[in-house]
Design a protein around this ligand. Sequence first.
Ligand code: ADP
Length: 439
Amino acid sequence: MMPASWRKLLFGIALLLTAGGLIGWLYGNPVAGLLVAALAALAWQVRQLLAFDRALRTRDFDTFRYGEGIWQQMFSHFEREHGQTRKHKSRYRQLLKEIRKSTDAMPDGAVILDAKNEIVTCNKAAKILAGLKPKKDKGQRIDNLLREPALNKLLQKQDYSRSVEIISPLREGEWLNCRVVPYGADQKLLLLRDVTERIRLNKMRRDFVGNASHELRSPLTVISGYLDSLAEDPEIAPGWEQPVEQMRAQAQRMNHIVAELLELSKLESAGRANTTELVNVGGLLVAARKTWEGRAGVPEIRVHLETEALLYGNSTQLESIVGNLLSNAVRHTPQDGSITMIWRASKKGAEIVMQDSGEGIAAEHVPRLTERFFRVDRGRSRDDGGVGLGLAIVKHILNRHDGELHISSELGVGSEFHCRFPAQRVAVPEPVALGGSGS
Ligand code: ADP
Protein backbone atom coordinates (compact mmCIF):
# COMPACT_ATOMS: atom_id res chain seq x y z
CA MET A 1 0.00 0.00 0.00
CA MET A 2 1.25 3.44 -0.90
CA PRO A 3 1.96 5.67 2.14
CA ALA A 4 -0.60 8.43 2.78
CA SER A 5 1.92 11.22 2.19
CA TRP A 6 2.71 9.90 -1.29
CA ARG A 7 -0.97 9.55 -2.06
CA LYS A 8 -1.48 13.12 -0.87
CA LEU A 9 1.39 14.35 -3.07
CA LEU A 10 0.15 12.56 -6.18
CA PHE A 11 -3.41 13.66 -5.47
CA GLY A 12 -2.24 17.31 -5.11
CA ILE A 13 -0.31 17.16 -8.41
CA ALA A 14 -3.27 15.55 -10.17
CA LEU A 15 -5.59 18.22 -8.73
CA LEU A 16 -3.24 21.01 -9.85
CA LEU A 17 -2.94 19.55 -13.36
CA THR A 18 -6.72 19.10 -13.61
CA ALA A 19 -7.31 22.68 -12.41
CA GLY A 20 -4.67 23.99 -14.90
CA GLY A 21 -6.22 21.95 -17.73
CA LEU A 22 -9.73 23.18 -16.85
CA ILE A 23 -8.70 26.83 -16.63
CA GLY A 24 -6.78 26.45 -19.92
CA TRP A 25 -9.84 24.81 -21.48
CA LEU A 26 -12.02 27.73 -20.30
CA TYR A 27 -9.56 30.08 -22.01
CA GLY A 28 -9.49 27.90 -25.09
CA ASN A 29 -6.01 26.38 -24.53
CA PRO A 30 -6.08 23.33 -22.21
CA VAL A 31 -2.48 22.30 -23.11
CA ALA A 32 -1.08 25.67 -22.04
CA GLY A 33 -3.11 25.41 -18.82
CA LEU A 34 -1.72 21.93 -18.16
CA LEU A 35 1.81 23.13 -18.89
CA VAL A 36 1.54 26.07 -16.49
CA ALA A 37 0.15 23.77 -13.79
CA ALA A 38 3.00 21.24 -14.38
CA LEU A 39 5.59 24.02 -14.22
CA ALA A 40 4.08 25.30 -10.98
CA ALA A 41 4.22 21.77 -9.47
CA LEU A 42 7.84 21.39 -10.61
CA ALA A 43 8.81 24.82 -9.24
CA TRP A 44 7.34 23.95 -5.87
CA GLN A 45 9.23 20.63 -5.73
CA VAL A 46 12.48 22.31 -6.77
CA ARG A 47 12.00 24.90 -4.05
CA GLN A 48 11.54 22.18 -1.45
CA LEU A 49 14.60 20.34 -2.78
CA LEU A 50 16.73 23.50 -2.57
CA ALA A 51 15.52 24.20 0.96
CA PHE A 52 16.33 20.60 1.95
CA ASP A 53 19.80 20.85 0.44
CA ARG A 54 20.43 24.17 2.23
CA ALA A 55 19.28 22.67 5.51
CA LEU A 56 21.72 19.78 5.05
CA ARG A 57 24.61 22.06 4.18
CA THR A 58 24.06 24.69 6.86
CA ARG A 59 22.85 22.17 9.45
CA ASP A 60 20.12 24.72 10.17
CA PHE A 61 17.10 22.49 10.16
CA ASP A 62 14.72 24.96 11.80
CA THR A 63 13.78 26.64 8.54
CA PHE A 64 12.96 23.26 7.06
CA ARG A 65 11.24 21.81 10.07
CA TYR A 66 7.94 23.15 8.78
CA GLY A 67 8.38 21.86 5.20
CA GLU A 68 5.33 20.30 3.71
CA GLY A 69 3.98 16.92 2.72
CA ILE A 70 6.42 14.26 1.66
CA TRP A 71 9.32 16.67 2.18
CA GLN A 72 8.41 17.30 5.77
CA GLN A 73 8.15 13.57 6.36
CA MET A 74 11.53 12.87 4.74
CA PHE A 75 13.03 15.60 6.80
CA SER A 76 11.62 14.24 10.08
CA HIS A 77 13.11 10.84 9.23
CA PHE A 78 16.42 12.39 8.48
CA GLU A 79 16.38 14.56 11.60
CA ARG A 80 15.54 11.61 13.82
CA GLU A 81 18.44 9.54 12.41
CA HIS A 82 20.74 12.51 12.61
CA GLY A 83 19.78 13.14 16.23
CA GLN A 84 20.42 9.52 17.15
CA THR A 85 23.84 9.47 15.47
CA ARG A 86 24.73 12.66 17.30
CA LYS A 87 23.61 11.14 20.60
CA HIS A 88 25.64 7.97 19.94
CA LYS A 89 28.66 10.01 18.97
CA SER A 90 28.54 12.09 22.10
CA ARG A 91 28.00 8.96 24.21
CA TYR A 92 31.09 7.33 22.64
CA ARG A 93 33.07 10.50 23.12
CA GLN A 94 32.03 10.56 26.77
CA LEU A 95 32.92 6.87 27.16
CA LEU A 96 36.29 7.42 25.54
CA LYS A 97 36.94 10.31 27.89
CA GLU A 98 36.02 8.13 30.88
CA ILE A 99 38.32 5.31 29.69
CA ARG A 100 41.17 7.74 29.10
CA LYS A 101 40.59 9.32 32.52
CA SER A 102 40.56 5.93 34.25
CA THR A 103 43.70 4.66 32.44
CA ASP A 104 45.41 7.93 33.30
CA ALA A 105 44.42 7.46 36.94
CA MET A 106 45.93 3.95 36.99
CA PRO A 107 49.12 3.72 39.04
CA ASP A 108 50.52 1.21 36.51
CA GLY A 109 51.92 2.26 33.16
CA ALA A 110 50.05 0.94 30.12
CA VAL A 111 51.52 1.14 26.63
CA ILE A 112 49.65 -0.10 23.55
CA LEU A 113 52.04 -1.57 20.98
CA ASP A 114 51.28 -2.64 17.42
CA ALA A 115 52.52 -5.79 15.70
CA LYS A 116 55.91 -4.12 15.04
CA ASN A 117 56.25 -3.15 18.72
CA GLU A 118 55.68 0.50 17.84
CA ILE A 119 53.88 2.67 20.37
CA VAL A 120 50.23 3.39 19.55
CA THR A 121 49.50 5.25 22.75
CA CYS A 122 50.29 5.19 26.46
CA ASN A 123 48.84 6.49 29.69
CA LYS A 124 50.11 9.08 32.20
CA ALA A 125 51.73 6.48 34.47
CA ALA A 126 53.89 5.23 31.55
CA LYS A 127 55.17 8.80 31.27
CA ILE A 128 55.87 9.06 35.00
CA LEU A 129 57.47 5.59 35.29
CA ALA A 130 59.36 5.30 32.01
CA GLY A 131 59.31 8.77 30.47
CA LEU A 132 57.16 7.70 27.50
CA LYS A 133 55.15 10.48 25.84
CA PRO A 134 51.91 9.52 24.08
CA LYS A 135 52.23 12.15 21.32
CA LYS A 136 55.98 12.47 20.82
CA ASP A 137 56.75 8.76 21.04
CA LYS A 138 53.81 7.60 18.91
CA GLY A 139 55.11 5.30 16.17
CA GLN A 140 58.50 4.78 17.90
CA ARG A 141 59.67 1.23 18.55
CA ILE A 142 59.52 0.46 22.28
CA ASP A 143 62.91 -1.33 22.17
CA ASN A 144 64.50 1.92 20.98
CA LEU A 145 63.13 3.76 23.98
CA LEU A 146 63.51 1.09 26.68
CA ARG A 147 66.81 -0.56 25.79
CA GLU A 148 66.59 -3.57 28.09
CA PRO A 149 67.65 -6.99 26.70
CA ALA A 150 65.28 -8.80 29.08
CA LEU A 151 62.29 -6.77 27.86
CA ASN A 152 63.28 -7.22 24.20
CA LYS A 153 63.48 -10.95 24.71
CA LEU A 154 60.03 -10.96 26.29
CA LEU A 155 58.58 -9.02 23.33
CA GLN A 156 60.30 -11.20 20.74
CA LYS A 157 59.43 -14.49 22.36
CA GLN A 158 55.82 -13.40 22.85
CA ASP A 159 55.88 -15.31 26.11
CA TYR A 160 52.87 -13.79 27.81
CA SER A 161 53.09 -15.98 30.93
CA ARG A 162 56.27 -14.34 32.23
CA SER A 163 57.21 -10.89 33.44
CA VAL A 164 60.65 -9.31 33.71
CA GLU A 165 62.16 -6.72 35.99
CA ILE A 166 64.16 -3.89 34.47
CA ILE A 167 66.05 -0.92 35.88
CA SER A 168 64.06 2.30 35.59
CA PRO A 169 65.20 4.33 32.56
CA LEU A 170 64.53 7.53 34.52
CA ARG A 171 65.75 7.06 38.08
CA GLU A 172 68.72 5.18 39.41
CA GLY A 173 67.93 2.44 41.92
CA GLU A 174 64.32 2.09 40.82
CA TRP A 175 62.90 -1.03 39.23
CA LEU A 176 59.99 -1.71 36.91
CA ASN A 177 58.15 -4.95 36.39
CA CYS A 178 57.15 -5.44 32.73
CA ARG A 179 54.39 -7.73 31.58
CA VAL A 180 53.07 -8.11 28.05
CA VAL A 181 49.51 -9.18 27.28
CA PRO A 182 47.98 -9.70 23.84
CA TYR A 183 45.54 -6.95 23.02
CA GLY A 184 43.03 -6.58 20.19
CA ALA A 185 44.06 -7.71 16.72
CA ASP A 186 47.84 -8.04 16.57
CA GLN A 187 48.40 -5.50 19.33
CA LYS A 188 50.03 -5.85 22.73
CA LEU A 189 49.60 -4.10 26.01
CA LEU A 190 52.84 -3.50 27.89
CA LEU A 191 52.14 -3.05 31.59
CA LEU A 192 54.74 -1.34 33.76
CA ARG A 193 54.68 -1.48 37.55
CA ASP A 194 57.00 0.14 40.05
CA VAL A 195 58.46 -2.75 42.09
CA THR A 196 61.33 -0.81 43.69
CA GLU A 197 59.96 -1.38 47.19
CA ARG A 198 59.59 -5.14 46.69
CA ILE A 199 63.10 -5.44 45.24
CA ARG A 200 64.49 -3.34 48.11
CA LEU A 201 62.76 -5.51 50.73
CA ASN A 202 63.94 -8.65 48.96
CA LYS A 203 67.49 -7.38 48.95
CA MET A 204 67.18 -6.45 52.65
CA ARG A 205 65.95 -9.96 53.43
CA ARG A 206 68.75 -11.50 51.38
CA ASP A 207 71.37 -9.30 53.01
CA PHE A 208 69.97 -10.01 56.44
CA VAL A 209 70.00 -13.79 55.95
CA GLY A 210 73.45 -13.62 54.39
CA ASN A 211 74.90 -11.40 57.13
CA ALA A 212 73.23 -13.31 59.98
CA SER A 213 74.49 -16.65 58.63
CA HIS A 214 77.93 -15.21 58.14
CA GLU A 215 78.02 -13.80 61.69
CA LEU A 216 76.80 -17.10 63.15
CA ARG A 217 79.57 -19.07 61.49
CA SER A 218 82.49 -17.99 63.69
CA PRO A 219 80.85 -18.55 67.11
CA LEU A 220 79.51 -21.87 65.85
CA THR A 221 82.98 -22.96 64.76
CA VAL A 222 84.30 -22.16 68.26
CA ILE A 223 81.45 -24.01 69.98
CA SER A 224 81.81 -27.03 67.67
CA GLY A 225 85.58 -27.07 68.24
CA TYR A 226 85.24 -27.13 72.05
CA LEU A 227 82.46 -29.74 71.87
CA ASP A 228 84.65 -31.95 69.64
CA SER A 229 87.51 -31.68 72.14
CA LEU A 230 85.17 -32.38 75.04
CA ALA A 231 83.70 -35.42 73.30
CA GLU A 232 87.18 -36.83 72.73
CA ASP A 233 88.38 -36.02 76.25
CA PRO A 234 88.89 -39.36 78.12
CA GLU A 235 88.58 -37.56 81.42
CA ILE A 236 85.12 -36.17 80.75
CA ALA A 237 82.99 -36.08 83.90
CA PRO A 238 80.75 -39.15 84.21
CA GLY A 239 77.21 -38.47 82.98
CA TRP A 240 78.36 -35.77 80.54
CA GLU A 241 79.13 -38.03 77.58
CA GLN A 242 75.57 -38.12 76.28
CA PRO A 243 74.74 -34.39 76.72
CA VAL A 244 78.03 -33.46 75.06
CA GLU A 245 77.32 -35.83 72.16
CA GLN A 246 73.84 -34.31 71.77
CA MET A 247 75.24 -30.78 71.85
CA ARG A 248 77.80 -31.79 69.24
CA ALA A 249 75.10 -33.21 66.95
CA GLN A 250 72.99 -30.05 67.32
CA ALA A 251 75.99 -27.80 66.69
CA GLN A 252 76.70 -29.82 63.55
CA ARG A 253 73.12 -29.39 62.47
CA MET A 254 73.35 -25.64 63.02
CA ASN A 255 76.56 -25.58 61.00
CA HIS A 256 74.71 -27.38 58.24
CA ILE A 257 71.79 -24.90 58.31
CA VAL A 258 74.12 -21.90 58.32
CA ALA A 259 76.15 -23.34 55.44
CA GLU A 260 73.01 -23.96 53.36
CA LEU A 261 71.58 -20.51 54.14
CA LEU A 262 74.86 -18.95 53.07
CA GLU A 263 74.87 -20.99 49.88
CA LEU A 264 71.30 -19.90 49.11
CA SER A 265 72.00 -16.24 49.77
CA LYS A 266 75.13 -16.40 47.59
CA LEU A 267 73.10 -18.03 44.82
CA GLU A 268 70.42 -15.38 45.08
CA SER A 269 72.84 -12.57 44.47
CA ALA A 270 74.81 -14.48 41.83
CA GLY A 271 74.02 -13.94 38.17
CA ARG A 272 73.60 -16.55 35.46
CA ALA A 273 76.09 -19.38 35.64
CA ASN A 274 78.96 -18.85 33.23
CA THR A 275 78.73 -20.26 29.77
CA THR A 276 82.42 -20.77 29.18
CA GLU A 277 83.30 -23.54 31.65
CA LEU A 278 82.42 -27.01 30.39
CA VAL A 279 81.44 -29.40 33.16
CA ASN A 280 81.71 -33.17 32.98
CA VAL A 281 78.33 -34.03 34.53
CA GLY A 282 78.89 -37.77 34.09
CA GLY A 283 82.06 -37.44 36.19
CA LEU A 284 80.08 -35.58 38.89
CA LEU A 285 77.57 -38.43 39.12
CA VAL A 286 80.30 -41.06 39.44
CA ALA A 287 82.10 -38.98 42.11
CA ALA A 288 78.85 -38.47 44.05
CA ARG A 289 78.21 -42.21 44.08
CA LYS A 290 81.70 -42.76 45.55
CA THR A 291 80.98 -40.49 48.53
CA TRP A 292 78.03 -42.68 49.58
CA GLU A 293 78.96 -46.19 48.46
CA GLY A 294 79.86 -48.64 51.19
CA ARG A 295 78.32 -46.59 53.99
CA ALA A 296 75.99 -48.39 56.36
CA GLY A 297 72.32 -48.38 55.36
CA VAL A 298 72.93 -46.95 51.89
CA PRO A 299 70.97 -48.66 49.07
CA GLU A 300 72.53 -49.71 45.77
CA ILE A 301 73.44 -46.69 43.64
CA ARG A 302 73.65 -47.08 39.83
CA VAL A 303 74.93 -44.56 37.33
CA HIS A 304 73.78 -44.62 33.69
CA LEU A 305 75.73 -42.33 31.43
CA GLU A 306 73.72 -42.30 28.21
CA THR A 307 75.66 -39.43 26.67
CA GLU A 308 79.14 -37.97 26.64
CA ALA A 309 77.72 -34.49 26.48
CA LEU A 310 79.27 -31.76 28.60
CA LEU A 311 77.40 -28.88 30.17
CA TYR A 312 78.25 -25.18 30.15
CA GLY A 313 77.95 -24.04 33.75
CA ASN A 314 79.41 -23.80 37.22
CA SER A 315 80.92 -27.11 38.36
CA THR A 316 80.62 -26.36 42.11
CA GLN A 317 76.94 -25.51 41.72
CA LEU A 318 76.23 -28.55 39.55
CA GLU A 319 78.04 -30.71 42.11
CA SER A 320 75.74 -29.23 44.76
CA ILE A 321 72.65 -30.25 42.71
CA VAL A 322 73.84 -33.84 42.46
CA GLY A 323 74.93 -33.90 46.13
CA ASN A 324 71.58 -32.59 47.40
CA LEU A 325 69.45 -34.89 45.23
CA LEU A 326 71.54 -37.94 46.05
CA SER A 327 71.59 -37.19 49.77
CA ASN A 328 67.75 -36.91 49.69
CA ALA A 329 67.43 -40.15 47.73
CA VAL A 330 69.69 -41.99 50.19
CA ARG A 331 67.82 -40.66 53.21
CA HIS A 332 64.41 -41.58 51.80
CA THR A 333 65.20 -45.01 50.31
CA PRO A 334 65.52 -48.18 52.39
CA GLN A 335 68.71 -50.19 52.18
CA ASP A 336 67.08 -52.90 50.02
CA GLY A 337 65.88 -50.27 47.52
CA SER A 338 67.89 -48.73 44.72
CA ILE A 339 68.91 -45.35 43.39
CA THR A 340 69.67 -44.65 39.72
CA MET A 341 71.38 -41.54 38.42
CA ILE A 342 71.09 -40.88 34.69
CA TRP A 343 72.80 -38.32 32.44
CA ARG A 344 71.16 -38.10 29.03
CA ALA A 345 70.91 -35.67 26.15
CA SER A 346 68.68 -35.12 23.16
CA LYS A 347 68.13 -32.38 20.57
CA LYS A 348 66.02 -30.51 23.10
CA GLY A 349 68.77 -30.39 25.73
CA ALA A 350 70.09 -32.61 28.48
CA GLU A 351 68.95 -33.85 31.86
CA ILE A 352 70.20 -35.29 35.10
CA VAL A 353 67.69 -37.78 36.49
CA MET A 354 67.71 -39.00 40.08
CA GLN A 355 65.41 -42.01 40.51
CA ASP A 356 64.80 -43.85 43.73
CA SER A 357 62.56 -46.70 44.83
CA GLY A 358 62.03 -45.08 48.21
CA GLU A 359 59.06 -43.92 50.22
CA GLY A 360 57.80 -41.40 47.62
CA ILE A 361 56.02 -38.11 48.26
CA ALA A 362 52.25 -37.49 48.39
CA ALA A 363 51.01 -35.49 45.38
CA GLU A 364 49.80 -32.55 47.52
CA HIS A 365 53.34 -31.93 48.84
CA VAL A 366 55.13 -32.01 45.48
CA PRO A 367 54.43 -28.36 44.45
CA ARG A 368 55.81 -27.12 47.79
CA LEU A 369 59.05 -29.13 47.87
CA THR A 370 61.26 -26.29 46.63
CA GLU A 371 60.00 -23.82 49.26
CA ARG A 372 62.58 -22.89 51.86
CA PHE A 373 62.33 -24.96 55.06
CA PHE A 374 59.53 -27.08 53.63
CA ARG A 375 59.70 -30.64 54.89
CA VAL A 376 57.07 -33.31 54.40
CA ASP A 377 57.63 -34.79 57.84
CA ARG A 378 59.27 -32.16 60.02
CA GLY A 379 60.00 -34.43 62.98
CA ARG A 380 61.54 -37.22 60.90
CA SER A 381 63.41 -34.86 58.67
CA ARG A 382 64.99 -33.17 61.69
CA ASP A 383 66.14 -36.55 62.99
CA ASP A 384 67.79 -37.51 59.70
CA GLY A 385 69.55 -34.16 59.37
CA GLY A 386 67.10 -32.57 56.90
CA VAL A 387 66.81 -28.81 56.95
CA GLY A 388 64.38 -28.21 54.10
CA LEU A 389 66.76 -26.08 52.05
CA GLY A 390 68.24 -28.70 49.71
CA LEU A 391 65.62 -28.55 46.96
CA ALA A 392 65.39 -24.74 47.22
CA ILE A 393 69.13 -24.69 46.49
CA VAL A 394 68.68 -27.15 43.59
CA LYS A 395 65.96 -24.96 42.07
CA HIS A 396 68.06 -21.80 42.38
CA ILE A 397 71.08 -23.41 40.77
CA LEU A 398 68.93 -24.69 37.94
CA ASN A 399 67.53 -21.18 37.41
CA ARG A 400 71.08 -19.88 37.15
CA HIS A 401 71.66 -22.51 34.44
CA ASP A 402 68.45 -21.70 32.50
CA GLY A 403 67.21 -25.10 33.62
CA GLU A 404 64.09 -26.46 35.28
CA LEU A 405 63.28 -29.00 37.96
CA HIS A 406 60.52 -31.54 37.33
CA ILE A 407 59.44 -33.85 40.12
CA SER A 408 57.26 -36.93 39.84
CA SER A 409 56.63 -39.20 42.77
CA GLU A 410 54.30 -41.85 44.04
CA LEU A 411 53.85 -42.76 47.68
CA GLY A 412 55.38 -46.15 48.45
CA VAL A 413 56.83 -46.50 44.93
CA GLY A 414 59.57 -43.90 44.63
CA SER A 415 60.49 -40.50 43.24
CA GLU A 416 62.11 -39.03 40.15
CA PHE A 417 63.83 -35.67 40.00
CA HIS A 418 64.61 -34.37 36.49
CA CYS A 419 67.00 -31.45 36.15
CA ARG A 420 66.54 -30.24 32.56
CA PHE A 421 68.96 -27.96 30.75
CA PRO A 422 68.33 -26.22 27.42
CA ALA A 423 70.21 -27.29 24.27
CA GLN A 424 72.35 -24.13 24.18
CA ARG A 425 74.00 -25.20 27.46
CA VAL A 426 74.94 -28.61 26.11
CA ALA A 427 78.13 -29.44 24.19
CA VAL A 428 78.47 -32.85 22.58
CA PRO A 429 82.14 -33.70 21.95
CA GLU A 430 83.07 -34.58 18.36
CA PRO A 431 83.76 -38.30 18.03
CA VAL A 432 87.53 -38.88 17.88
CA ALA A 433 88.55 -40.67 14.67
CA LEU A 434 90.21 -43.97 15.55
CA GLY A 435 92.93 -45.64 13.52
CA GLY A 436 95.81 -44.10 11.58
CA SER A 437 95.56 -42.48 8.23
CA GLY A 438 98.21 -44.76 6.79
CA SER A 439 101.32 -43.10 8.21
P1 ADP B 1 65.74 -31.70 53.43
O1 ADP B 1 66.96 -31.01 53.86
O2 ADP B 1 64.71 -31.83 54.51
O3 ADP B 1 66.00 -32.96 52.68
P2 ADP B 1 64.89 -30.75 50.86
O4 ADP B 1 64.54 -29.37 50.41
O5 ADP B 1 66.06 -31.39 50.20
O6 ADP B 1 65.07 -30.67 52.41
O7 ADP B 1 63.65 -31.67 50.68
C1 ADP B 1 62.38 -31.23 51.12
C2 ADP B 1 61.52 -32.40 51.52
O8 ADP B 1 61.22 -33.16 50.35
C3 ADP B 1 62.19 -33.36 52.45
O9 ADP B 1 61.94 -32.99 53.78
C4 ADP B 1 61.53 -34.66 52.11
O10 ADP B 1 60.36 -34.83 52.87
C5 ADP B 1 61.10 -34.53 50.66
N1 ADP B 1 61.99 -35.28 49.76
C6 ADP B 1 63.05 -34.80 49.09
N2 ADP B 1 63.61 -35.75 48.33
C7 ADP B 1 62.91 -36.87 48.54
C8 ADP B 1 62.98 -38.23 48.03
N3 ADP B 1 63.92 -38.60 47.18
N4 ADP B 1 62.06 -39.10 48.47
C9 ADP B 1 61.09 -38.74 49.34
N5 ADP B 1 60.98 -37.48 49.84
C10 ADP B 1 61.86 -36.56 49.46
